[in-house]
Design a protein. Structure first.
Ligand SMILES: [Zn+2]
Length: 273
């Protein structure tokens, strides 16, 4: 039986106004080591850098949620963990959650996952069905298997926003997803000194379809310690994107803020304003 939404406390600061655009890290793993061991200082550094909101994806179903203003949680099984969920009823597991997620993710397909393709696809598809039933956006992790993922998204989630987290394909592939409901999310890999493909995708992707993330603690941009990336590094990604697009930071900030609303990643926040 589906648990009605709004039955749990959420973690939003309802007194915080949302009129003015803020930077949002749409994908950061604040609930894993080493970030979870120093949450308060990590969040302080991020807030000092101007990051107003944070979305924490699930990788083994529920995120390890905690109460902190403006930290939002998604729910999902990462394709790299698919083999642990072979015999688990994901819809049952979802029904046991203790919070209302803002999205289903991170979910998808990964050519490097130890789980075989058919199991990954089954787990991905079941979670797309959950997203559809709950009318939630999906946070998509994809490494390879582009056509299979696109087919599954079109088949089950054609009406939902697709957030293509840390998109690693080329622009030809990005276009296929952009013809659907995709937003392309850029992280630290945009800033790597040898990056060519991702800057090209950023250049060609319409600014109305761009989101920003850090994927912390992974994907540290230059200047951040490997495996200790933090949401505060979001500004490095934003600055790089501005260089590529030849726009001002303020323009990017307000456009990405609008995109976050369009991708419905902060629906709960708006509802409780
Ligand atoms: Zn992630």
């Amino acid at each position: 039986m589906a648990i009605p939404r709004k039955s749990f406390p959420n973690f939003l600061d309802r007194n915080n106004a949302i009129e003015s655009p803020m930077w949002v890290d749409t994908h950061c793993h604040l609930d894993v080591e080493p970030l979870c061991l120093k949450q308060i200082e990590v969040l302080d550094r991020a807030r000092n850098a101007g990051i107003g909101h944070f979305i924490v994806p699930g990788i083994r179903g529920p995120a390890k949620n905690f109460i902190s203003p403006n930290v939002l949680f998604a729910w999902g099984v990462h394709p790299g963990n698919a083999s642990f969920f072979e015999n688990i009823d994901l819809k049952d597991l979802f029904a046991q959650r203790n919070y209302d997620p803002v999205a289903i993710g991170e979910i998808g397909l990964d050519i490097q996952s130890p789980a075989d393709f058919n199991l990954q696809l089954k787990i991905f598809s079941t979670q797309l069905e959950i997203a559809k039933a709950e009318n939630l956006p999906v946070l998509i992790h994809l490494r390879g298997f582009w056509n299979q993922a696109l087919a599954a998204l079109k088949n089950t989630a054609s009406d939902l926003p697709w957030v293509m987290h840390a998109f690693s394909g080329n622009f030809e592939i990005a276009k296929l997803f952009l013809r659907g409901n995709a937003f392309i999310s850029f992280g630290g890999s945009l800033c790597f000194s040898n990056a060519k493909k991702t800057p090209r995708v950023a250049l060609e992707t319409p600014i109305e379809k761009i989101l920003l993330e850090t994927d912390a603690p992974d994907m540290a941009p230059p200047g951040w310690k490997k495996d200790e990336n933090e949401p505060a590094a979001l500004l490095d990604v934003a600055k790089k994107l501005c260089q590529i697009k030849k726009i001002e930071l303020s323009e990017l900030k307000s456009q990405v803020w609008k995109n976050i609303q369009k991708a419905r990643l902060m629906d709960d926040f708006a509802l409780h304003d």
